[in-house]
Design a protein around this ligand. Structure first.
Ligand SMILES: [Zn+2]
Length: 292
C-alpha cells in the first residue's frame, strides 16, 4: 500500500512570536524585528551558552529596535555577561546584516561562518572562516558545523550536542517552506542537505524563522516529500507536450498559494527546472521548458 504523503501546507504569514523567549538553560531567542512574507515574524537570533560568555547565532538584519532588545535579553540570560563571538548560518542580509549593530552594542567580536566571497561584505566585518565539521565551543555548549548548501552555497547548520538540537538557519523553517533562489541556490544540493540532516540524532530544531520544531524527523521528511511532490507536479505540467514558461507552470500547480507569492513560486519552479535539466530530464528552449 502506498504510504500517505505528508506535505507542508502551513505558512509564515501572520505568525507571531515573542521578542524574547528562553527555550532551555542554554538557548534563548531574540527576534530580529524584521517581519515579512519570507521572514515570518522575523529572523530568530539565538543566544547560546551558559555562564557569562555565550555566543550569538545569527544577527538579524540590523533593525534599530533590535539594538535595545539584544542587551536586555543578554542581561536576562547572562547577568553581567558579554557575548563571546558571533556565529552565522549564511550570508543573507537578514542573518549577517546586523553585525555592525551588534558591534555598536558590544564592540568588535569575532564572526564565524563559511565564507561566501562577494556576499559576506554585507556584514562589514572580518570573517573567521569555518568549514563543515568545525566545533564552536562556549560554556556548556558544543556546536558542530554542518555544511548544508542549496538555499545558499555557504550555509552551515549547527548541531548542539548537549541538547541533540539543530540550528537549521534557513534550511528548515518553523512554518512554511524555504526559498531556493534559482540563481544562487541549488535544489539538488538542498535535497542532499535535507537527507544528510536525517542522519542526525535529533530531539528538536531551532530554525532561523518560526517556532521551535519538536518533531524534527517528521518535519524534515515533510520537507523532502513537499519538494518531491512539486517535482512530480512540474513534470506532470510538462507532460502535455507543449513547452511552458515557469509562470505558466506556477498557475497550474500553485493553485493554493496567494497570487502575490507567485513571483517567488516562479523562482522555485525555475529551481526545479534547473535540477531536472541537470538530471537530463527537461530541456530549455529560450524561456520555455519541455520534457527531454
Ligand atoms: Zn537565507
Amino acid at each position: 500500500m502506498a504510504k500517505a504523503q505528508r506535505v507542508v501546507t502551513d505558512s509564515m504569514i501572520g505568525l507571531k512570536l515573542p521578542d524574547f523567549a528562553r527555550h532551555s538553560d542554554r538557548v534563548a531567542t531574540v527576534l530580529g524585528q524584521n517581519p515579512g512574507p519570507f521572514t515570518g515574524p522575523g529572523t530568530n537570533t539565538y543566544i547560546v551558552g551558559r555562564g557569562r560568555r555565550p555566543v550569538l547565532l545569527d544577527t538579524g538584519a540590523g533593525v534599530p529596535v533590535y539594538q535595545d532588545l539584544l542587551p536586555h535579553a543578554l542581561g536576562e540570560v547572562s547577568p553581567g555577561g558579554r557575548l563571546e563571538r558571533i556565529v552565522c548560518t549564511h550570508a543573507h542580509a537578514d542573518h549577517i546584516g546586523g553585525v555592525p549593530q551588534v558591534y555598536r552594542c558590544f564592540g568588535e567580536l569575532e564572526v564565524l561562518k563559511k565564507p561566501w566571497p562577494g556576499k559576506d561584505e554585507v556584514a562589514h566585518a572580518a570573517i573567521t572562516a569555518i568549514e563543515d565539521g568545525a566545533m564552536v565551543e562556549a560554556e556548556g555548549v558544543t556546536l558542530r558545523a554542518i555544511h548544508t548548501p542549496g538555499h545558499a552555497p555557504d550555509h552551515l547548520c549547527y548541531y548542539l550536542e548537549e541538547e541533540r538540537a539543530l540550528f537549521t538557519g534557513d534550511v528548515v523553517l518553523g512554518a512554511g517552506t524555504t526559498v531556493i533562489p534559482d540563481d544562487t541556490g541549488d535544489l539538488g544540493q538542498y535535497m542532499e542537505s535535507l537527507r544528510r540532516l536525517l542522519e542526525l540524532d535529533l530531539a528538536l530544531i531551532y530554525p532561523a524563522h518560526g517556532p521551535v520544531i519538536r518533531n524534527p524527523r517528521q518535519k524534515i521528511e515533510e520537507y523532502i516529500a513537499h519538494r518531491e511532490l512539486r517535482e512530480r507536479q512540474v513534470l506532470e505540467a510538462l507532460a502535455g507536450g507543449a513547452p511552458l514558461e515557469p509562470m505558466q507552470i506556477v498557475k497550474r500547480i500553485y493553485v493554493d498559494v496567494p497570487e502575490f507569492l507567485h513571483a517567488a513560486a516562479s523562482n522555485s519552479v525555475r529551481s526545479h527546472l534547473k535540477k531536472l535539466r541537470n538530471e537530463g530530464r527537461v530541456t530549455e528552449h529560450e524561456s520555455r521548458w519541455s520534457l527531454s
